[in-house]
Design a protein around this ligand. Sequence first.
Ligand code: ZN
Length: 298
Amino acid sequence: MLKQMNQNQLKKTQTKQSSLTQSNYYDLATDISWQSPTFFKKFLSCEAETMAEINGNYKPDFKEALLVGNYLHSYFESPEAHLRFVAENKWDIFAKKKATKKETAEGLSKNGQALKNNLTAPFEQAERMISTLASDEGFIENYQGDKEVIVTGQIDGVNWKGKVDCLNLDKGYFIDLKTTQQLDKKYWNVEEHGWDSFVAHWNYQLQMYVYQQLILQTYGVLCTPYIIAVTKEKIPAKAIISIPEERMLEAEDQIYEMQDHIEDVKAGRVEPTRCGKCDYCKSTAKLGKIVSMDDLID
Ligand SMILES: [Zn+2]
């Protein structure tokens, strides 16, 4: 059985919820008060980098990937949300030579679609992914419910936050939209000495476990998690993916096992460990001890 919280914890969580909004959800300040699947996974991959990011000393370079993801998500949220997102990020979305400031602003105010033929390559790809999903009856039928729902709660005494792409409480499920390179791409797992799918590689089951718990705590409904994935291939492929119970339990175990240590690091009680491999570690590293040629690879 998945572990559940008591009523006192539930009340504490609900009073906290009022201070998280759509406009401050991604602010770093909220990542200090709340744990999230994104930051928990960052801590698992490199504590030093994540602490530098939380303290405002380091900004990882994933702006484009984030923007492309938000472009797709906002499209399926609502026409207003998409138009707002496009207007706010027009300098990254449109080819600069073709879209002058004036043209961009006018084009957007007249019609959100007006400048779609001036998209930069990553957003042209996002458009292909959007059409792949938007023209699929199964997707339209299933991607029904409240969009971008902020949920909060506690897991083993720690405050967590999450933002659910599509929540259907009536039918008891939620969906997270993911873009990925290829549905059947294999990732080598060094610890397990085996291949992982993209879902396991990016530890999406942990995100699904957390969302399931936070939805349960916020609304009292145990929902089934699904991922709808669409690929970044020239002709995008798509799939609706379930998460087996044992994967959810695996995620739960990982949180219960690692969370205390991560909280200690976050609070400054324990020095963050350097992974030695990420951009942050590389950019702050000094030549150290001599490494044998036979120790270079795992
Ligand atoms: Zn690192």
